[in-house]
Structure formats: C-alpha cells, structure tokens
Ligand binder design. Structure first.
Ligand code: RAT
Ligand code: ZN
Length: 438
C-alpha cells in the first residue's frame, strides 16, 4: 500500500544519505606532515603542530571554551589562568563543568558524545581517563583513515592560511608538506580584504614590493604573491572570511577592499579558472580573551554579493553567511546568478534546528543545486559528529520533499535518489570547481 511505499522511500533516502561519501568543502584539518601536538602515548610531539585530534582537543574546541566561561565566569577563573593551564587541565575543567556538573546538551557538547560513541567508546561510562587511554594507543596517521571511514568523508579540504606564520613556514620549509592525497589545499588570505595596509606590510617583508596605494606595480606584485601561493598549496579555490559590514558597490567603488578584489584577486582567479569562496558575517574578537571563541555574528549585505556576481561573470563564487537572517536572501541571490554556489551552514548556524530550517528553504528555492553542508572541523574526530548530525537532518528534509512529489504520483527511483544525494555531497562541488569526479 501507499504507507508502505512511503516508508520504503524514506528508508532508501536514509541509506543513500548515510552511504554517500562526502567531499568536505571546508575544514581546518591537516595531515600529520604539519605536525601534531599529540602524537599518541610517549611519542615525540610538536607543540605547535596543526593536526589536532583526540579527546583533549575535542574538549577544548573553542565552541566549548566559550561555553565554559558562561558557567565558570572570568571572575571565578580568569582568562589568563585558563590559558596558562595545560591542554589536559583545560579539558578536565570543561569536562567537569559542562559534562558532569550540568548536562551536555548543547550541540558542541553533544558532538563530543556522538564522536566517542561512533569511535566505539561508551559515553555512559563518563570515563575521561579511559577515553584518554584509548586515544593514547592510536597512531595519528591511521586514525585519519579510521575517522574518514566512520564519517564517510572521502576527501578533506583544508584552510591554508598564508598570513599565519606557523602555517606559512611549514609550507616554505617542506615542499612536500601538502602531498597527502586525503587532503586538498585552499588558499585563505583574509588580510588582503580585511586589512590591506597590514597585508601590504607583510607582502613587502616576504619579498613582494607593494605599496599601500594600489598602483600598477603593487597590483602586479600582489597578483604574483597570490599566484605563487596558489601553486605552492595547489589550491582548489581561494577563500576569505569577511566582516558583516563588507560592501561592494560596483566597478567604480573606490573602497580599498573593492579595488583589491577587482584588480588583484578576481583577475588572478579568472586567469587560473578557480572559484572564490566568501564567508561573510564574522566580526572578529568582540571578546579577544576568548581567542578563537571570541568572534561575533552580524548581518551581512547580500546585495554586495549579487553585484559581485553580476560584475564578474567570468569568476565563480562560493558563498556562505553567518547570520540566520541572511540565509533567505542569499538563496534568492543564487537563483539570479549561475556563478554563485551557496554552501554550508556555517559555525553559529551549524545547529540542528537551523540546519533543518536552512536546508528546507534552500531545497525549496534551489532544488539540488547547492552544497548543503561542510564540517568546519578543527579537530579530526569532529568529522564524525558534524557529518553524523548533518546527514540525519539532510535525510529528513529530502524524505519530506520526495514524499511531497510522490503525492502527485511522481516516484523517484532509488538510482535517482542516489544521484541527487551524490550532487549534494560531491558533484555540486566538483562540477563547480571544474575538477572531474574520480
Ligand atoms: O567555525 C570556526 O571554527 C570558526 O572559528 C572559523 O574558523 C570559521 O569557520 C572560519 O573559517 O573563519
Ligand atoms: Zn572555518
């Protein structure tokens, strides 16, 4: 009967979404070649290494640092005292106050539990020492394979921040640092648009003689800088995070950021046939004491994005926004411009209720032509919970939408459902990037 058909349809959708490997569009993860502060028990570690994994990193995720300071206030434990603790002590503090002394029901807390469970550890035991011991026994390199297997992630896209000294030097010192085939490079250069004078001063130090004024020589040298680094990191695309007040008024816009975009960044990307990813709406360090956890959300200007897509038809743009209030307008903008690919539920909207709402709305406006999610994982193991939670939510939305069309008598076949899910998790990205699907 019909009810049975619908139950079968839903089961097909859930299987398809669970089984489809995902190419994670945006993470802050790195292979072991970038060093790891935690190499497993007794093994040599690199305190400033960039590959983060394991229970202590999971517990000290900046989302949880922000949450713990709500319940143990800075008057009770100063920011300085917190940051002076070892990673393990910070993790103990967060475990005690966010997991034991109150229930871990925030999304970031719940994520730690999902991750433990899917790794085969038992959250019911509440045994932090036992979890640590298990992680101590793992080998970081093999752990990457295991986490990718469990989370169904086929490829991890990095965020290679060229203005970060720690990261930049690793690229310069080791030309094979980015060779791990599980990871793809992305060139990230926020200061070029957020603070050109500071970026220019750095470029001069790195051997690119630019001026604060955007004269011809400056344009040429800054383009060379971008080209050199695209080559070095083998970037799939270039990316920036922009503040809520980012504006682009048109080709005559005299703002420095608009000029850098128009004369430096977009011509290089058009020449290399690479997309540009704009993540808009983060106001940095409204509470600098929280470090990475201290950034705020603000309303961005979608009209600026639309003008960019219209003025630069030979460029392709990925875009995501941090404010819930921007999501509808951004999806509508994507209906107007084929060179605009909306992606992910970013950071403060990467929560179940908002993922559900945003994904539904995007399907209604864009069908299958967007990238529903990225993980933004900073700790390897987070791939597990971020994808686990999102897959469930995406499957719910798809099941409802197939049910709605099924009510007309249109029956999507299993192959068609799997094809659609593949678009969401892999092909919309690979097609937009222009890279063939393996
Ligand atoms: O979500 C995060 O971890 C943020 O701190 C940012 O990294 C953000 O995703 C970004 O890429 O700027
Ligand atoms: Zn990010």
């Amino acid at each position: 009967g019909r009810a049975q058909d619908l139950a079968a349809l839903e089961a097909t959708v859930r299987d398809a979404v669970r089984e489809q490997p995902v190419w994670d569009f945006h993470t802050h993860l790195y292979p072991p070649s970038f060093g790891t502060p935690f190499a497993g028990s007794g093994k040599a570690s690199d305190p400033k290494g960039l590959m983060l994994w394991g229970i202590d990193e999971l517990l000290t995720y900046h989302y949880l640092v922000a949450e713990v300071f709500r319940v143990v206030t800075p008057q009770q434990l100063s920011y300085d005292d917190f940051w002076r603790m070892t990673k393990r002590e910070q993790a103990d503090h967060i475990w005690k106050h966010l997991f034991l002394e109150r229930s871990p029901i925030s999304e970031a807390c719940r994520g730690v539990l999902t991750t433990l469970q899917r790794l085969g550890l038992d959250p019911a035991e509440r045994d932090l020492a036992g979890y640590r011991q298990w992680f101590d026994e793992q080998d970081p390199d093999r752990h990457i394979d295991r986490v990718m297997e469990i989370s169904g992630v086929s490829r991890i896209t990095m965020t290679n921040a060229v203005f970060d000294d720690n990261e930049r030097l690793r690229w310069l010192e080791n030309r094979h640092v980015g060779d791990d085939p599980r990871f793809a490079g992305v060139l990230r250069f926020d200061p070029l648009l957020r603070d050109w004078p500071a970026a220019a001063a750095q470029l001069v130090r790195w051997g690119y003689p630019v001026n604060k004024t955007l004269d011809d020589q400056t344009v040429e040298q800054a383009r060379k800088f971008i080209r050199d680094w695209i080559d070095r990191v083998q970037a799939l695309y270039c990316a920036v995070s922009l503040p809520p007040d980012f504006r682009y008024e048109g080709l005559e816009d005299p703002r420095t950021s608009s000029t850098v975009l128009r004369k430096i960044i977009l011509p290089v990307l058009a020449e290399r046939d690479l997309p540009f990813a704009m993540m808009i709406g983060s106001r940095l360090r409204v509470n600098p004491e929280l470090r990475d956890g201290g950034d705020m959300v603000g309303l961005a200007d979608v009209a600026s994005v639309a003008r960019i897509c219209s003025d630069f038809p030979h460029n392709r743009f990925f875009c995501t926004m941090l404010a819930r209030e921007n999501q509808h307008e951004l999806a509508v903008a994507a209906r107007k411009f084929g060179n605009l690919m909306v992606f992910g539920c970013w950071w403060f909207v990467n929560n179940p209720s908002l993922i559900d709402e945003i994904t539904r709305m995007r399907v209604e406006l864009l069908g299958t032509s967007f990238i529903p999610q990225h993980s933004d994982a900073r700790v390897l193991d987070q791939l597990i919970y971020k994808w686990d939670h999102s897959r469930d939510l995406i499957a719910n939305v798809l099941a409802d939408k197939y049910r709605d069309v099924a009510a007309t008598g249109w029956r999507p076949s299993e192959n068609e459902i799997r094809r659609d899910v593949r678009l969401f998790f892999h092909e919309n990205m690979s097609n937009f990037l222009g890279t063939p699907t393996p």
